[in-house]
Design a protein around this ligand. Structure first.
Ligand SMILES: C[S@@+](CC[C@H](N)C(=O)[O-])C[C@H]1O[C@@H](n2cnc3c(N)ncnc32)[C@H](O)[C@@H]1O
Length: 290
């Protein structure tokens, strides 16, 4: 271990050298569209330290060699280690209010004959966002006669595995109103004591899948609403523009795209109109307030 390891990282452990950082930046940029600026070296070193321990490797050089040799297999481990999965139930609640007050009601008018409603949570992390869409949907979509489904995808296989369980530590649901808690969760027993479990009726609405947004999408759509919140923040402008155009093609005419609070489609060439705070609408269909 180089002598300066503690000074550089705040803890003893291998140091990520410039050439190794450059290689990892390149791999992550090419494969996940994630842009790691030069100031992210410490962060990458910190996040990958655990991965090195899991693999029993003693240096980042050895890790880079392993990455070169194992290809797509370790790419998943790398991306899982580097992605930021912060999320929360009803985070940026104005989107769920809009979903209930006009996005789903408009889609119900538009889809009166097919009676099909589709929402995509793209970059869903541990599933809170997707379950909130399901909870909001059951509040406003009549229980009989509507085929209401949520697709939830993320590049990170570990968060998808967690989300599929629908089991959350109590502190993650502590801030929810008690009526929401009662209606949407049951108390865990046995091995799940002290946990809140999303009710089966809601879990049945959501399908979780691993999906890299930069790759081909197997689904056909159209979606009435797409949420891609706090994901594009990692991408460069060209990747964002391509992605937003692909989202637009996946939206039904009159469908909505919701993005995160720190994101904007300003300066992006995409056929969407801003209709609210971080809410964009594809033209066509019956508009809210028109
Ligand atoms: C900060 S979380 C956002 C979670 C949720 N949408 C929200 O706003 O609360 C960002 C998520 O984007 C995912 N992500 C990053 N790059 C991705 C890519 N290329 N394809 C799919 N998901 C990606 C990460 O794995 C992470 O779970």
């Amino acid at each position: 271990m180089p002598e300066n390891a503690f000074l550089e990282t705040g803890c003893y452990g291998p140091v990520l050298e410039d050439s190794e950082f450059e290689f990892i930046r390149h791999v992550v940029g090419e494969n996940a569209g994630i842009v790691l600026g030069p100031n992210k070296r410490q962060l990458v070193q910190g996040r990958l330290a655990r991965r090195l321990r899991e693999l029993g490797l003693r240096s980042y050089q050895a890790y880079c060699d392993h990455l070169r040799r194992s290809g797509p297999e370790e790419l998943v481990g790398l991306i899982n280690a580097l992605t930021t999965n912060v999320t929360a139930f009803f985070r940026e609640n104005h989107h769920f209010e809009a979903l209930a007050s006009y996005m789903l009601p408009e889609a119900m008018l538009r889809n009166a004959s097919s009676r099909r409603l589709r929402v995509w949570s793209a970059g869903c992390s541990t599933g809170e966002e997707a379950y909130c869409v399901a909870m909001t949907g059951v509040d406003v979509v009549p229980p009989a006669g509507w085929d209401f489904k949520v697709l939830a995808t993320d590049i990170d296989s570990e968060v998808i595995a967690f989300a599929q369980q629908g089991v959350y530590p109590l502190d993650r649901v502590a801030s929810l109103p008690s009526e929401r808690l009662r209606n949407s969760f049951q108390k865990g027993g046995g091995a799940q004591v002290g946990k809140a479990i999303v009710k089966a009726q809601l879990r049945a609405i959501v399908t979780f899948r691993v999906l890299n947004l930069l790759h081909a999408w197997p689904m056909h759509g159209p979606f009435d609403v797409i949420l891609c919140r706090n994901v594009m923040i990692y991408f460069d402008q060209a990747t964002r523009e391509r992605l937003v155009n692909r989202f637009t093609e996946m939206l039904a005419p009159g469908g909505y795209l919701c993005i995160g609070h720190a994101e904007s489609l300003h300066n992006l060439d995409a056929p969407l109109r801003a209709v609210g705070r971080t809410i964009y609408r594809r033209s066509g269909g019956e508009a809210h307030g028109s």
